[in-house]
Write a protein that binds this ligand. Structure first.
Ligand SMILES: *Cc1c(COP(=O)(O)O)cnc(C)c1O
Length: 404
């Protein structure tokens, strides 16, 4: 086995340069604490970008991973497997959905959702009804289809021609959707209940209710991309429960595996019928190891005490960040829900989110950005209160230095 020492410098020599990772290399994690190569300790409010929903090396997850690793890892979809069936049953029992398709990433779950929406409309209404309406600043993944549905033009630059039949309306503006939707052409509206990458921007409840109505009036499917907002992140198993608006299709990934790559597309039985045998597939989708781990995540996160705990932690973290914002005049607003929070920088600090992220690292706290003007927090859903205290103290020290 290759045990050569490696350093951050090697990244620039051997990796495709599409990322600009921070200058430390974490080597070990436990709960919401992480240690780098030099043994420096950090409080993790990044959560692997809303992925490590139960923190690092959660004993329950380690346990099921080890247990399943000694039984069977992979079969492909020529055979089904017990963990996949159990997880699908659990997801159906715990949500609006009747059917599940497993994938490996958010983009793949969305790709399946968009293909299903097209296929459903094609089957029921004919090929003209293929248009997808999504929103400016939305994010749905980096495959060519999902990045085209996403509403950030910069991510598509140089990769055109994009797939056709995709329109972007303005988030939280129903009139802009009404201007684009039609019974003849629209097959689906795709929306994040809380835009994550786009700056932690929650949808207005009336906006989502209006989208549901527009879909019903125009025979279109409503797709919720809950890749970031799902799996307990908002203090509800899925954010649609908080809004009391039920989609036809929902995609889940990130927090679902707690750090193991797994994703799911959930659908009603009626919609799901349109992905008949041979219409879509994935070699790894439904992998036994992945599903065993995700099962443990869902079983844990769906417990009422855990979901209630998210709300308590959210209040504490939000208040702490608002206090820091006030003391140093850096935030105009702290928005979001549960443990997906966006601290919006004031006029004076526009474009400087990365500076705060780096200053945080220097003081031993890992935070995220969501665009250049928002500091995003997406920690473990079970982060200990004392870790929140330490994180806030360290972040304040970082802000103090940066603003001095
Ligand atoms: C992260 C994200 C995706 C893409 O997920 P990947 O696993 O990176 O493919 C899609 N939609 C939303 C809302 C996301 O936050």
């Amino acid at each position: 086995m290759n045990r050569e020492p490696v350093s951050r410098e090697l990244f620039d020599e051997v990796m495709v340069p599409n990322y600009a990772p921070g200058n430390i290399i974490p080597v070990r994690g436990e709960g919401s604490r992480v240690w780098d190569q030099d043994g420096r300790e950090f409080v993790d409010l990044q959560g692997g970008i809303a992925v490590t929903s139960l923190g690092h090396c959660h004993p329950g997850l380690v346990g099921v991973l080890q247990e399943q690793a000694e039984k069977i890892w992979h079969l492909s979809n020529v055979m089904t497997n017990e963990p996949a069936l159990r997880l699908a049953k659990t997801l159906c029992d715990q949500t609006f959905a009747d059917r599940v398709f497993f994938a490996n990433s958010g983009a793949e779950a969305n790709e399946a959702a968009f293909k299903l929406a097209r296929r459903y409309a094609w089957e029921h209404y004919g090929p003209d009804k293929h248009e997808i309406i999504s929103f400016t600043n939305s994010f749905h993944g980096r495959t060519l289809f999902t990045v085209s549905v996403g509403g950030q033009a910069k991510y598509l630059e140089g990769f055109e021609p994009a797939p056709g039949g995709i329109h972007h309306a303005e988030f939280n503006n129903l009139d802009s959707v009404k201007a684009l939707i039609s019974k003849e052409k629209t097959c689906a509206i795709v929306v994040e209940p809380i835009q994550g990458e786009g700056g932690v921007m929650p949808a207005d409840p009336d906006f989502l209710k209006g989208l549901r109505q527009l879909c019903d009036d125009h025979n279109a499917l409503l797709v919720f991309d809950e890749v970031q907002s799902g799996v307990g992140r908002t203090g509800h198993l899925y954010a649609y429960e908080m809004y009391n608006v039920v989609p036809d299709i929902l995609t889940s990934a990130k927090g679902l595996g707690g750090g193991f790559p797994v994703a799911a597309m959930l659908a009603t039985a009626n919609a799901a019928k349109s992905l008949g045998v041979g219409t879509h597939g994935s070699t790894y989708g439904g992998n036994a190891l992945a599903c065993a781990v995700a099962q443990k995540v869902i079983d844990t996160v769906s417990q009422p005490e855990i979901l209630k705990g998210v709300k308590a932690r959210s209040d504490k973290l939000r208040k702490g960040m608002m206090d820091i914002g006030e003391r140093y005049g850096i935030f105009s607003e702290v928005r979001g829900a549960g443990l997906l929070l966006g601290c919006v920088l004031t006029e004076k600090w526009q474009g400087k989110a990365k500076d705060f992220l780096n200053a945080g690292l220097d003081e031993g706290v890992m935070v995220l950005m969501a665009g250049a003007n928002v500091i995003r927090l997406a920690p473990s859903l079970i982060i200990p209160e004392t870790d929140i205290d330490d994180a806030l103290e360290r972040f304040e020290a970082a802000v103090k230095k940066l603003t001095a």
